[in-house]
Design a protein around this ligand. Structure first.
Ligand code: GLY
Ligand code: MN
Length: 469
């Protein structure tokens, strides 16, 4: 039975925060073709916050009136034990998890009816549509997992977010463990890189490293010599001598916590002069952003700081023209940095993103309408315990740099002729993109970089690339 002290603490904190019963669903197996051939099971993150290694189909009722937590589990059958191995019985689960009662999953509706009576029950819509439909039939709510403002009642979202926002010491230990595994995977990928390999082979090294450490990818691995495609999940390219390869991959451990790291390196182990220039600008922006982390700082200001450092570098590279502040104000940086500087991190790689800007943005703050900055997923004031990514990048995206409207809008500010040279260099394969991403914990005195052991200095990367051959 996995350790559960922290989950018990979190359950008590939820009980203290609610005034009506709450039903949470773990979700269940989802078939990949015929019913008994399942995708790997992953419990909903809000369930993982309260229960270690939940079983598929588990449900839990939190009742603030008697401060009880009732866990509902599938009955143990001889047939299940034969095919999938024996699991602890209900008594053992109750004792091990420290819940008040364990009931048969088939009795969910009856137990809720009896225990709750006429009181209102709330739930959270989750990715598993069957579990959500079942929960909604019991609570009578009109929720929708795909609509950020209808995933759960706003006050329940706020109660859960208050718990998930600030990682305690045991959650931080999980996140550090994920970061360590992720570091191994990135180092292995760098070491195994050689020209002439398929991207897929490197993906094997990354995900094989996760698997050997008992982890899974926290999200679909992004590994590509086409790093300008921000979330490139295709891995069929041959990696040539002169390409840069971008790896954005993070491990998720048995507790459900995760890491999210990006590194970019030259396939042949030597940064070209252009690649070195661009890399150094991105690294400077990343370090400046990390240095700015401390309680009370607005995350949007960190985004703008990164944009400003990138812009200064792009002016020096003669890709942008003009005063850096005016360029950032006009949004010209987004021609090369078209996304936000990061997002919350925890049990989800974009933590609590299903709740949308109710969690990602402070009250009264709304998304910018400007191209680029409108993708900023977080605009809160930082506080101790918050974990998030810092991930600036510079990309040469044909669809942006050859877009006639952008060419008109930024005519005097972007040197599109020079940008075209980057789009066509490397025997017309193009420059691609550079992103550098670390995971940061905001402490009372500043940033703790959870992923500091993943090499990012150019010299360290050059020494590592190809060294495992
Ligand atoms: N790791 C992918 C992302 O942050 O969007
Ligand atoms: Mn990220």
């Amino acid at each position: 039975m996995p350790a559960t002290t922290n989950h018990q603490l979190r359950r008590q904190q939820l009980l203290d925060a609610i005034d009506t019963p709450v039903l949470l669903m773990a979700g269940s197996w989802i078939s990949r073709n015929y019913p008994a051939n399942w995708c790997p099971f992953r419990a909903d993150s809000n369930f993982l916050l309260f229960f270690p290694q939940p079983e598929p189909n588990a449900a839990a009722l939190f009742d603030p009136r008697d401060q009880s937590v009732t866990l509902f589990l599938d009955e143990r059958t001889a047939e299940d034990a034969l095919w999938h191995g024996p699991v602890p019985g209900f008594d053992e689960m109750k004792k091990g998890l420290g819940v008040d009662s364990v009931q048969k999953r088939t009795d969910l509706a009856a137990v809720i009816r009896k225990k709750v009576g006429k009181r209102r029950v709330r739930t959270v819509a989750i990715a598993d549509p069957r579990a959500t439909a079942e929960a909604l039939a019991l609570t009578g709510e009109d929720l929708d997992f795909t609509k950020a403002d209808r995933v759960a009642d706003k006050s329940l979202v706020a109660a859960i977010a208050r718990l998930r926002d600030f990682k305690n010491s045991s959650e931080l230990a999980e996140m550090r463990a994920c970061a360590a595994v992720t570091a191994k995977a990135h180092v292995r990928a760098m070491a195994m890189t050689r020209p002439g390999m398929l991207e897929q082979e490197l993906v094997g090294h990354v995900e094989g490293t996760f698997a050997r450490q008992g982890c899974v990818p926290a999200y679909n691995t992004i590994l590509s010599v086409r790093g300008e495609v921000l979330h490139n999940h295709a891995h069929h390219n041959l990696m040539l001598e002169t390409d840069l390869v971008l790896l954005d991959a993070g491990a998720e451990n048995h507790a459900g916590y995760c890491a999210d790291v990006t590194r970019t390196w030259p396939v042949n182990g030597r940064f070209s002069p252009e690649a070195a220039d661009v890399y150094d600008i991105v690294l400077a922006a990343e370090k400046a952003a990390i240095d700015a982390v401390r309680p009370g700082v607005r995350y949007r200001d960190i985004h703008m700081l990164a944009a400003r450092v990138l812009t200064e570098g792009l002016v020096q590279l003669k890709l942008l023209r003009g005063n850096p502040d005016a360029l950032v104000e006009a949004g010209a940086h987004a021609m090369f940095f078209p996304h936000g500087v990061g997002h919350l991190l925890g049990l989800d790689v974009h933590d609590m993103e299903q709740f949308g800007d109710q969690v990602g943005y402070a009250p009264g703050r709304t998304r910018s309408q400007q191209f680029g900055t409108r993708w900023l997923r977080l605009d809160r004031d930082l506080a101790p315990g918050m974990c998030f990514t810092i991930e600036p990048g510079i990309y040469f995206v044909p669809a942006i740099l050859r877009n006639p409207e952008f060419r008109r809008q930024f005519k005097g500010q972007v040197d599109f002729t020079r940008a075209e040279a980057f789009l066509t260099m490397n025997s017309k394969r193009g420059f691609g993109g550079v992103r550098i991403e670390d995971d940061v914990h905001c402490t009372p005195s500043g940033a703790e970089v959870l992923t500091a052991s993943v090499p990012k200095e150019r010299a360290a990367i050059e020494a590592l690339v190809g060294s495992g051959q």
